[in-house]
Design a protein around this ligand. Structure first.
Ligand SMILES: Nc1nc2c(ncn2[C@@H]2O[C@H](COP(=O)(O)OP(=O)(O)OP(=O)(O)O)[C@@H](O)[C@H]2O)c(=O)[nH]1
Ligand SMILES: [Mg+2]
Length: 501
């Protein structure tokens, strides 16, 4: 009998427990069947619990070697750029593999900028655009007024943004002569004509990057950005054919057109009208725009073909859509760890996708671009960007799911902040609560930092330490030193959390 055999293999005949577990001598066949069934169920249940415990043990063991780090912040704050710096530090080979696909992005950034400039000079008549140089900071967006936003600790008192981002700049009070204006107009018309083969490539490149998918209103509008998902590099690497008559790779063709237009691009970029618009801040260009146009001689070559440098990759701009994950294996203090980095899309419409990742996050690097005090959200041009950053930071600090997460704050784009202050852009013009404080780097950065720290202090029930860094994440050497420092602090917190020390 099964029972006897089973028992005898476990217990000896005179074992008291075996005797106690013996079925009654009078057990009927029905009772025996019921007992065997109950024993079977109990065993299945016990096996299930064993399996569950084993899985939990394995998962815990695995988690002990893993750190989940989220990069959060508004759009254009520098999250993806920081992710590239992690990649450069821990997996430079993978960045090399992607290098060629960044060529599409660089060309796209350049051509989009040229279109944007031509649109801007179109709106600004020559009369307004030639005289702006030197008046930086004196002008602000038309219609600004003190919005008087809530309490200073959770929000800066900011001047309201323009109603529409494309509000035409006001007319200048000293118009040049008609002959001068006519000459400028003719020059710009000539450049526009010569650049038209290049300008028409914007859509081809946008489609190549996004796979032709339109994402949300205005995502691919002329002059707008392109959203990409994880794995866009494969898409950009695909060869697009230019038509039946020509089998030449579309990208090679664009490279040739760009090389042919190099001197015209330079002339446009150096044109007093364009310089005037940039200096007077009547036209706002992204960081990547200025960087690529200043390097156009190096980039606009078809022979030998252009290959993006590491700096080019760091400056290349693509909007992230959803969440992209990158894993780096780093050995710290003799312990091998897998760092899972989650780079998120920061635009308002993307932020709802962050929450599912909050659950088991170990650490967050929140990136706030301090140079954005004079900018407004693309998603809502009435909202000052640094105010949006502070409000987002408030939400992160007070989120229940993130109460135990290690927090790191990067006050980023300090290089751009310095440039703006040197050019005379007045902080008080945009952040009215800044008042009469000196318009210099240290006091400005201190002012912003104090507000961010205040928010953290107010919401810090868990008495977490906050690590703050002033950064410019396009600067490789300095950023790598900060990354190492940040990882060390996260690692220590992680060990404490995992009760390994
Ligand atoms: N000069 C300068 N440029 C920066 C800095 N950080 C980022 N940038 C540039 O700013 C642009 C936007 O940076 P991204 O890293 O793409 O911004 P993001 O936060 O990932 O934006 P989304 O994906 O839209 O959420 C890129 O062209 C970067 O090269 C910085 O510290 N200094
Ligand atoms: Mg990004």
């Amino acid at each position: 009998m099964i029972r006897t055999q089973t028992r005898s293999s476990v217990y000896s005949a005179d074992d008291p427990l075996a005797l106690a577990l013996q079925p009654p001598e009078s057990e009927s066949e029905r009772e025996r069947q019921a007992r065997l069934k109950a024993e079977e169920d109990a065993k299945a249940n016990s096996d299930r619990i064993d399996d569950q415990l084993r899985l939990e043990r394995e998962s815990l063991k695995k988690r002990r070697n893993e750190v989940k780090l989220l990069l959060l912040g508004q759009a254009e704050s520098g999250k993806s750029t920081l992710q590239k710096q992690f990649q450069l530090l821990y997996a430079p080979g993978t960045l090399d593999q992607e290098r060629a696909s960044w060529r599409t992005v660089v060309y796209f950034n350049i051509i989009r900028t040229i279109n944007r400039i031509l649109d801007a000079v179109d709106i600004a008549e020559p009369a307004t655009s030639t005289s702006g140089a030197g008046s930086a900071g004196a002008s602000s967006s038309s219609g600004n007024s003190d919005a008087g936003f809530s309490t200073p600790s959770t929000s800066f008192s900011a001047a309201a943004g323009p109603v529409a981002p494309s509000t035409p700049p006001p007319r200048d009070s000293t118009p040049p002569t008609t002959a001068q204006a006519r000459h400028t107009k003719a020059e710009l018309a000539r450049l526009r004509l010569r650049l038209s083969p290049l300008c028409s490539a914007e859509k081809v490149l946008a489609d190549r990057l996004s796979g032709g998918v339109q994402v949300g209103a205005g995502a691919q509008k002329r002059g707008g950005g392109v959203y990409v998902r994880a794995g866009w590099q494969a898409q950009a690497g695909k060869k697009l054919r230019s038509g039946d008559e020509d089998e030449e790779d579309e990208l090679t063709k664009i490279a040739r057109v760009l090389a042919n237009c190099r001197e015209d691009v330079k002339e446009l970029w150096q044109h007093p009208s364009v310089k005037g618009l940039v200096a007077s801040r009547k036209m706002r260009l992204e960081e990547s725009s200025e960087f690529f146009l200043n390097n156009i001689s190096r980039i606009a070559t078809s022979s030998p073909p252009y290959t993006p440098s590491t700096d080019d990759i760091l400056y290349a701009r693509l909007q992230t859509m959803g969440i992209t994950q990158h894993t780096f294996h780093v050995s710290m203090h003799g312990k091998a760890l897998a760092w899972h980095l989650f780079d998120v899309g920061g635009a308002r419409g993307q932020r709802h996708t962050w929450v599912p990742y909050f659950d088991d996050a170990n650490a967050i690097i929140f990136i706030a671009p301090v140079s954005a005090f004079d900018q407004y959200l693309e998603e809502d041009p009435r909202v000052n960007r640094i105010n949006d950053s502070l409000q987002l930071w408030t939400q992160i600090c007070s989120n229940e799911l993130l109460k135990k997460v290690h927090l790191v704050l990067f006050l980023n784009k300090t290089d751009v902040l310095k440039q703006k202050l040197t050019a005379g852009v007045l902080v008080r013009k945009y952040i009215t609560s800044y008042g009469e404080r000196p318009n210099a780097y240290e006091p400005v950065v201190d002012y912003f930092r104090t507000h961010f720290l205040q928010v953290h202090r107010r919401t810090n029930e868990e008495r977490r330490v906050l690590y703050t860094h002033l950064t410019s994440v396009v600067e490789t050497k300095a950023t790598h030193a900060i990354i190492t420092n940040v990882q060390d602090s996260i690692f220590r917190g992680y060990l404490k959390e995992a009760s390994l020390v």
